[in-house]
Design a binder for this molecule. Structure first.
Ligand code: SF4
Length: 350
């Protein structure tokens, strides 16, 4: 994997803006199916992605990161908030009006085995979105588009006539990526897209995604629990905990100097590449609390090694902690530096 992102991030109006996104799933019970409560899966998430930029959304399983991805794809209606693609709100569009916007967002899911219809040849799997979006002028154009897609994902052109079961896991994920690119999107959502792959195959797919981003100028939302992969993939990182973003920052800044205790704990589990270098592992106590009844105050307070009284009653805002682009939601940053353990850790890591 290449050590740094080479893609040019275009400044100006973001390609994607997500403002205070909420998705609360109702809990139904009883004969009449009345609502007895809600799962607060996503509870006020905001971020933006520039053209050509990768933002990684990370966190433990159940933190709401995949729900954010599905909400952006309009796989369900959101509870509140706004999703704006290239200046146009898409969260409230009717299905008819959403159609042309769908072409602009591709998706790659985790499991390349269940993502592809086993009864369709690769040719038909790739031709389906091209036909649905009315992109091919005629058969010759369709064939040219199929050939280009196979070239893009580094598979032989004649493989379009094979069936999904004839490919390995990594090759199938290449086909899934080709399918995601068939509509010529500007944004790709990768939802744990390399998590199910072996280590060496994972590296190849990560490299491919990076190359494609560079070649096509794609923006990418890379949803992952694997910070070691994210470190190679991304320009910025947003860390989610229990339905909210607790820290968002450029990659270098976040990996070198985490400003939230949860990020610090996640990073402590990532292997350090330099031989001999050591990082003290921080083991968090307990499990992530239920999103049905999230803790009051700071949602991380039940597991935080630095918890103090204020954390149990007051919700910390996501705000600048030093650099304008490095935001974190933690009351520790209101303390004098000498009493802020994160400040001490930053000094150790620097
Ligand atoms: Fe820990 Fe308090 Fe910061 Fe929450 S606000 S992360 S409980 S120190």
């Amino acid at each position: 994997m290449s050590a740094s992102m080479q893609t040019t991030v275009q400044a100006g109006r973001p390609l994607l803006e997500v403002n205070d996104l909420k998705k609360h799933f109702p809990i139904k019970a009883g004969f009449f199916g009345g609502t007895t409560g809600y799962v607060y899966a996503v509870d006020g998430v905001s971020f933006s992605i520039q053209k050509g930029e990768t933002l990684s959304l990370v966190g433990e399983s159940g933190c709401g990161k995949s729900t954010v991805g599905k909400a952006l794809l309009r796989l369900f209606d959101i509870t509140d908030g706004q999703v704006v693609l290239d200046g146009q709100r898409i969260d409230d569009l009717s299905l008819g009006k959403l159609r042309p916007m769908r072409r602009r967002v591709g998706v790659v899911f985790q499991d390349p085995f269940s993502s592809l219809n086993p009864r369709m040849r690769v040719r038909d799997l790739l031709a389906e979105p091209i036909r649905n979006f009315g992109l091919a002028k005629d058969n010759a154009d369709l064939e040219a588009r199929l050939a280009k897609l196979m070239d893009l994902v580094r598979l032989p052109r004649d493989a379009v006539d094979r069936w999904p079961h004839e490919f390995s896991g990594g090759q199938r994920q290449r086909i899934c990526i080709a399918r995601a690119l068939a509509g010529e999107p500007e944004l790709i959502i990768c939802d744990e897209a390399v998590s199910a792959l072996d280590v060496s195959v994972k590296a190849q797919i990560v490299n491919l995604l990076q190359d494609l981003q560079k070649e096509l100028g794609l923006a990418m939302l890379f949803i992952s629990h694997d910070l070691a992969v994210v470190e190679h993939m991304t320009h910025r990182v947003a860390v989610m905990y229990l339905g909210r973003i607790v820290e968002i920052a450029p990659k270098r800044s976040l990996f070198a100097a985490p400003k939230h205790p949860y990020t610090e704990a996640l990073l402590s589990a990532v292997p350090v590449p330099e031989p001999g270098a050591q990082r003290e592992r921080i083991i968090l106590k307990g499990d992530v609390p239920s999103p049905i009844n999230p803790p009051k105050g700071c949602r991380f307070h039940t597991r935080c090694p630095y918890v103090f009284d204020r954390c149990r009653v007051e919700t910390p805002e996501l705000r600048s902690t030093g650099g304008a682009e490095h935001l974190a939601a933690c009351h520790l940053h209101d303390k004098p530096e000498a009493e802020n353990p994160l400040a001490r850790n930053v000094a150790l890591l620097a």
